[in-house]
Design a binder for this molecule. Structure first.
Ligand SMILES: Cc1cc2nc3c(=O)[nH]c(=O)nc-3n(C[C@H](O)[C@H](O)[C@H](O)COP(=O)(O)OP(=O)(O)OC[C@H]3O[C@@H](n4cnc5c(N)ncnc54)[C@H](O)[C@@H]3O)c2cc1C
Length: 382
């Protein structure tokens, strides 16, 4: 069996690695000219580090990223609101939450694929059914055939568009800026992660190891302004005027060219991810807002589940539909829970913000723990 995988992001690479671990051949097609060299970071939850470890990738041992040992929620000015029980959660789940640079994780996955063909500058524009198999056509006119087609091509997936038809993205009215930067600071402990919550604005500052930090900032932006958003470093600094010193310093020390602006978007949940020998993984199947930090994690879970079904199912089409059925409820829940949390996080009215912050400060630890651990509880069926 040979699989054609469209997209060499975290989802496509993990899927390919999982397929190879079951002895299934795969070929990857990636639109970009080369793997990412910088960009933002990712929190890889215990659910996903467990899957990666089952695929032979131990992030900690590989020196990729930094195990999260302290996670605090703070006010915009940096006052502690809540310490999250991240260490005891990792202990209970038997796997750590690791914060990584996206490019480092992609590099690790890519290296693990060894001789698997990865075609760069290969933007897939369409697919066609060929007998029981499938072919893809790239923008340069080349075609490739295989037995299975896996669309791992992100929120603007071409494979999804052809399978499900045109559908608009859902926009949530705020932007995210992301960057990684060489950064240490007395208020960012080793293995530390802090989220600062303001009014219609948030900031995350996270140690990703190797003397680097990953930061992200968000800001509610009414429609027209967002579409015209230039997102210069000065703009970002202006938005975080008066915030904690470490927040402003992280932004200040970042090269403007390294700041990436991303709109907060997802899509209406798609109940049917494929037809015949075609399916989707990761953001192509279930794009979600960033609030739960589970987009990449769930793409990693998808890859492992899909490979297991293809390796054990009676035929390709049955295996793909079984994979989709297995993944549907969990990912639907993650998409919805991310929306709910995002809504609360981006509150802008002083009253709702005050109530939110009081709840964070005084909620019983058992409740805080239950809500933090829930997205990371994942036990793949054997
Ligand atoms: C600001 C921000 C913060 C985030 N934080 C976290 C976090 O902390 N933890 C977490 O788990 N997730 C996080 N996410 C979500 C995470 O980034 C995504 O869910 C994850 O990258 C999805 O992986 P993917 O491989 O499905 O898609 P992508 O990463 O989007 O990869 C898709 C790949 O397909 C390629 N491609 C696209 N179209 C084509 C085509 N037609 N032909 C060939 N190739 C194509 C693209 O170039 C790309 O390489 C965050 C996202 C954002 C925006």
């Amino acid at each position: 069996m040979k699989a054609l995988v469209v997209g060499a992001g975290v989802g496509g690479l993990t899927t390919t690695l999982a397929l190879r671990s079951h002895g299934i051949d795969a070929e990857l097609f990636e639109a970009a000219a080369q793997p990412p060299e910088s960009g933002g970071g990712l929190g890889i939850g215990a659910n996903a580090t467990k899957v990666l470890s089952a695929l032979g990738l131990d992030l900690e041992k590989a020196g990729v990223g930094r195990v999260c040992e302290e996670f605090t929620l703070r006010t915009a000015r940096g006052r502690l609101m809540r310490e999250m029980p991240i260490r005891s959660i990792s202990d209970e789940l038997g796997s750590p939450l690791v914060n990584v640079r996206r490019s480092d994780l992609v590099g690790l996955l890519r290296d693990a694929l060894a001789d698997t063909p990865v075609h760069h500058r290969a933007r897939v524009t369409r697919y066609d059914r060929v007998g029981r198999g499938v072919s893809v056509t790239c923008a340069d006119g080349r075609t490739h055939t295989g037995d299975v087609l896996i669309g791992a091509d992100g929120i603007r997936s071409a494979v999804r568009a052809q399978t499900a038809g045109p559908e608009p993205v859902r926009d949530y009215g705020y932007v995210c800026w992301i960057a990684t930067v060489p950064f240490t600071h007395a208020r960012l402990p080793a293995g530390g992660a802090a989220h600062y919550w303001g009014r219609g604005q948030r900031f995350g500052l996270i140690d990703v190891g190797g003397g680097r930090a990953y930061w992200w900032g968000t800001k509610n932006t009414p429609g027209r302004r967002r579409l015209r958003w230039a997102g210069t470093k000065e703009d970002v600094l202006r938005c975080f005027r008066g915030w904690a010193e470490e927040v402003r310093e992280a932004i200040s020390r970042t090269d403007e060219a390294d700041i990436v602006t991303v709109p907060a978007q997802d899509r209406t949940f798609l109940e049917s991810w494929g037809v015949g020998p075609v399916t989707l993984v990761g953001d192509a199947a279930h794009p979600m807002l960033t609030s739960l930090s589970q987009g990449a994690g769930s793409a990693i879970e998808d890859g492992q589940a899909l490979a297991r079904h293809l390796a054990t199912g009676p035929d390709v089409v049955t295996s793909l539909r079984r994979y989709e059925t297995e993944r549907r409820d969990r990912t639907r829940w993650l998409v919805a829970a991310s929306r709910r949390l995002s809504h609360t996080e981006q509150f802008a009215h002083p009253l709702t913000v005050a109530l939110r912050d009081l709840t964070i400060r005084y909620a019983p630890m058992s409740v805080v723990r239950r809500q933090t651990i829930a997205p990371m509880r994942y036990q793949p069926p054997v």
